[in-house]
Design a protein around this ligand. Structure first.
Ligand code: PGA
Length: 244
C-alpha cells in the first residue's frame, strides 16, 4: 500500500509576510496524519517555512539543486545545503526548468547528488501538447525516465506533469492521467522491478480542490504535485483531504 502524498510547488512566488500567513493557515487546516504533505518554497524562504511548520508534520522540499557538491558554483545551491536546513525532498526536472534548457542528463546528475546528500528526489516528467497530439506522449515520458531509471532509489517519487496542463487550468482527465501512470509503472516494472510497486507516482497539472478526488481515486495516482492551488490554504487543505 503506497502512502498518498500532496506536494505544493510554490514556484517563484511569495514574500516573508505572504508565506508566514500561508504557513500559519496551513498549520491550522492541513493534517499530515493520513498522507505526506510537502511544501516547496523558493530557497530564501525555506528556513522561515521550516520554523513555522515545525511540529505540523509538513515536510520541506527544495525546487532544484546543483549536480555539484559544494564549491565554486556561484548562484547554485548544493543538495547537502538543502538537507542541512531541513529539507527531505527536492523537486527535479520540472518542465519550467526543462524549458529553460535543463537536459535529462542534468536532471539525472542532480538526482544522484540529491540522493547522496540524503534527499529524496521528486522527478518530474511530462510531454508538451504538440508531442501528445503527435501521438508521442508515452515515448517522450519513457524517454525522460530512461535517463533516470538506472539510478532510481527507494523513496524517489515520480511526478507526471503534462506540460499542457501546468498553470493552464486544463487538467488531464483522470483516465488520461491514469493511462500515463500505468505506462510509467509498467516501465518501472520492466527496468526496476524491485521498485515498481512501491514508487509513488504523483500527478501534476492544474490539480484543484474540485478535481483532486477523481484523480487520486485512480489506481496508479498516489497523490499530486500542486502549483497554483497550493498557494491558497483552503484549496491546498481540501486537496490534502482528498488524498487522505
Ligand atoms: P499547476 O502547477 O498546479 O499550477 O498547474 C503544477 C506544477 O507546475 O507543479
Amino acid at each position: 500500500m503506497r502512502r498518498s502524498v500532496v506536494a505544493g510547488n510554490w514556484k517563484m512566488h511569495g514574500s516573508s509576510s505572504m508565506i508566514e500567513d500561508l504557513v500559519k493557515a496551513l498549520a491550522d487546516s492541513v493534517s499530515a496524519d493520513a498522507c505526506d504533505v510537502i511544501v516547496s518554497p523558493s530557497f530564501p524562504y525555506l528556513p522561515l517555512v521550516q520554523q513555522l511548520a515545525a511540529g505540523t508534520g509538513i515536510g520541506l522540499a527544495g525546487q532544484n539543486c546543483s549536480a555539484h557538491s559544494q564549491g565554486a558554483h556561484t548562484g547554485e545551491v548544493a543538495a547537502d545545503m538543502l538537507r542541512d536546513i531541513g529539507c527531505d525532498w527536492v523537486i527535479l526536472g520540472h518542465s519550467e526548468r526543462r524549458q529553460a534548457g535543463e537536459t535529462d542528463q542534468e536532471v539525472a546528475a542532480k538526482a544522484v547528488a540529491a540522493r547522496s546528500a540524503g534527499l529524496k528526489p521528486i522527478l518530474c516528467v511530462g510531454e508538451t501538447l504538440e508531442q501528445r497530439q503527435a501521438g508521442d506522449a508515452v515515448a517522450i515520458v519513457t524517454g525522460q525516465l530512461e535517463a533516470l531509471v538506472a539510478d532510481l532509489a527507494d523513496g524517489d517519487m515520480i511526478a507526471y506533469e503534462p506540460v499542457w496542463a501546468i498553470g493552464t487550468g486544463e487538467t488531464a482527465t483522470p483516465e488520461q492521467a491514469q493511462e500515463m501512470h500505468g505506462e510509467i509503472r509498467a516501465f518501472l516494472a520492466e527496468r526496476q522491478p524491485a521498485l515498481a510497486e512501491a514508487t509513488r507516482l504523483l500527478y501534476g497539472g492544474s490539480v484543484k480542490a474540485d478535481n483532486a478526488s477523481a484523480l487520486f481515486a485512480e489506481e496508479d495516482i498516489d497523490g499530486g504535485l500542486v502549483g497554483g492551488a497550493s498557494l491558497k490554504a483552503d484549496d491546498f487543505a481540501a486537496i490534502v483531504r482528498a488524498a487522505s
